[in-house]
Design a protein around this ligand. Structure first.
Ligand code: ZN
Length: 157
């Protein structure tokens, strides 16, 4: 069975940056299940998996335009220190989850000046070229329920 739109696909993957540092991996966890063609994984990976079958392995290099986008410097904004609900002392480089129009996003503290904190709302992987080693574990038809929900349901539930 080949990967095409609306198929439920299970993959094992390791994600590295251009220096070969591992950013994320499914190693030691269950494979990632997703519905193909719905944009639930990054575009470049979805394109690379199109037409593949269970047992196929691939290594793909994905430019930022097909991953998490280019960095946008206009996404830096100043906020009041008070909005950070943390017991820890704020430090440059800390990351927080914040609600946005597109769901939860990760903001990174880039500057602290008294009560004024500059945060960068670019995705942490924006501007990064990504390398994925992927093994296709399973490809199957979706259930009606999965299609209705727009996401894959795990094995056994
Ligand atoms: Zn569901």
């Amino acid at each position: 069975m080949k990967i095409g739109n609306n198929m439920v696909v299970s993959i094992d993957y390791t994600l590295k940056d251009v220096n070969g540092e591992i950013i994320d991996t499914s190693d030691g966890r269950a494979p990632l299940d997703y519905i193909h063609g719905t944009g639930s994984i990054i575009q470049g990976l979805e394109s690379a998996l199109e037409g593949k079958s269970a047992g196929d392995e691939l290594s793909v290099t994905i430019p930022p335009e097909e991953a998490y986008g280019l960095r946008d410097d206009s996404l830096a904004q100043s906020v009041d220190k008070k909005i950070f609900e943390t017991e820890e002392t704020l430090e440059v480089g800390m990351q927080f989850q914040a609600p946005s129009d597109q769901g939860m996003m990760i903001v990174t503290v880039t500057e602290i000046d008294g009560d004024s904190v500059t945060v960068d709302t670019n995705h942490p992987l924006a501007g990064e070229t990504l390398q994925f080693d992927v093994a296709v574990v399973d490809v199957r038809e979706p259930t009606q329920e999965e299609l209705g929900h727009g996401h894959a349901h795990g094995r056994g539930g």
